[in-house]
Design a protein around this ligand. Structure first.
Ligand code: MG
Length: 456
């Protein structure tokens, strides 16, 4: 039996084991109580077959605590987040286990302003759960639930408003391959692309409750779209994870370099335009990325004299730093572009807009733009540490690699001229995650070899 994974931003588990109507309703009752009744909550979900059970349990808990519920149906996480802020909802709940396999489902909570929970919010929520006492309303204080899937159009409008070269994009009539994994991006993404005059050839945009492949947008899981793109002529390919916050970009030949390149392209574009855009100049000329994100970002930012701010891993850490520093762009190397002109969260639609704007602005092919990017090799892997004490291993690594620049804010990151690595222990599993990036494969292999010794 699996465990329910609880974090400050929500819960996650396998449906039928830990994600049950009882558990979901309890959390929805706690969320409704946290909002103190008479509040308006927006709810959206991805396309998993279990989504309706979870949604009905969520809606039930919210109604019982006096909330008014607006159900927008199948919607990307960033759409729910954006609408929570834009339409001044008191809270938002997204039902999605993101890139986790189909048997998983999850709740992600947003508070007013489309912001993720802080520790203090979670403590209050936990208080209700621990006592098992919720703000249950008498029958005559109940409010309604309404279905408003059309609200997603407001998110599309915001993405369009953030672009600079819509006329040029339309004129280009880009031929686009799209793999939404039959998930949250399936309706809204073709809609956005069609408005931009693109000719969309979709591979998986028919939600049937199941995923045609693992939804994590990395090289292993994108083989079908790569094959699909070889059969015809395209300008670009896009692939989204199941809640459409992360984006992978394929070049016109259907080649996929890495998910790290999505953010690199977005950063390059935004910084290229910064000095001539009054809208962008309202933000600081700086970029916020997590410690595990490719060094490409630093190389791209340097000639523009833009500062790069690194944060611990986690969307919330990057988003909070973006808000604090008023930076113009940021995100995570896993395909998560955060563009403050649209959203303070990872947003694949904002990412698609930026990449198409870049194609139109530069007039170049995507493969040429990718070839201009700094070239590194990266490996993301994990080690099992069931039999090891990670608390003693990390200080040993720090000591042995002390010639590098050490960052201890989130596990350990060691930076050298020719390579860097970042090691973090998981909070939920007995594993450590390792990301290494190096100038070439030889250096990469040497570094892995020496790091492996610590985890034997
Ligand atoms: Mg996701």
């Amino acid at each position: 039996m699996s465990e329910l994974i609880v974090s400050i931003s929500g819960i996650r588990g396998i449906v039928g084991e830990t994600i049950t109507p009882q558990v979901v309703t309890k959390y929805a009752l706690a969320f409704g109580s946290f909002l103190k009744g008479k509040k308006k909550v927006i709810v959206g979900k991805d396309t998993r077959i279990t989504g309706d059970m979870v949604k009905n349990a969520v809606v039930s808990g919210l109604l019982a605590t006096g909330c008014e519920v607006v159900d927008i149906g199948i919607a990307p996480t960033p759409t729910v987040q954006y609408l929570t802020k834009k339409l001044k909802f008191d809270g938002g709940i997204v039902i999605t286990a993101s890139h986790n396999p189909i048997q998983w489902n999850a709740l992600k909570f947003y508070k007013q302003g489309g912001l993720l929970f802080e520790n203090s919010d979670y403590s209050r929520l936990k208080g209700y759960l621990e006592k098992g006492q919720y703000n249950l309303m008498p029958w005559n204080k109940y409010r309604t639930v309404s279905c408003q899937p059309q609200l997603g159009d407001i998110h599309i409008k915001q993405v369009l408003d953030s672009l600079n070269f819509i006329t040029r994009i339309k004129k280009k009539r880009f031929k686009v391959a799209l793999d939404s994994c039959n998930a949250s991006g399936s309706f809204i993404t073709p809609k956005l692309l069609n408005i931009l005059g693109c000719r969309v050839d979709s591979l998986y945009t028919e939600p049937d409750g199941y995923f045609p492949h693992n939804p994590e947008p990395n090289k292993d899981n994108l083989k079908e779209i790569m094959r699909f793109m070889k059969k015809s002529r395209f300008d670009i390919g896009f692939a989204q994870d199941s809640d459409a916050d992360r984006l992978a970009v394929l070049d016109e030949k259907g080649n996929f370099t890495s998910e790290e390149h999505t953010l690199a392209l977005a950063v390059y574009y935004v910084l290229s335009l910064y000095d001539r855009s009054s809208r962008l100049k309202k933000f600081a000329k700086s970029v916020v990325v997590n410690l595990s994100t490719s060094r490409m970002v630093d190389d791209i930012a340097r000639p523009f004299q833009a500062k790069v701010i690194r944060t611990p891993v986690g969307e919330k850490n990057v988003a909070q730093s973006l808000i604090r520093s008023k930076s113009v762009i940021g995100g995570e190397g896993n395909g998560g572009v955060i563009f403050p002109l649209v959203n303070y969260g990872r947003d694949s639609l904002a990412g698609i807009g930026l990449v198409l704007d870049l194609l139109a602005f530069s007039g170049k092919k995507l493969s040429d733009l990718l070839n201009e990017m700094p070239s590194y090799v990266m490996l993301k892997t994990k080690f099992n540490i069931q039999h090891l004490d990670v608390k003693t291993i990390i200080p040993k690594i720090v000591k042995d690699f002390s010639k590098g620049k050490i960052d201890r804010r989130d596990g350990v990151k060691c930076d050298f001229d020719d390579f860097w690595f970042h090691i973090r222990a998981s909070n939920t599993e007995p594993i450590v995650r390792l990301v290494i990036e190096a100038r070439n494969d030889c250096i990469l292999q040497d570094t892995i070899k020496s790091l492996k010794n610590y985890f034997k």
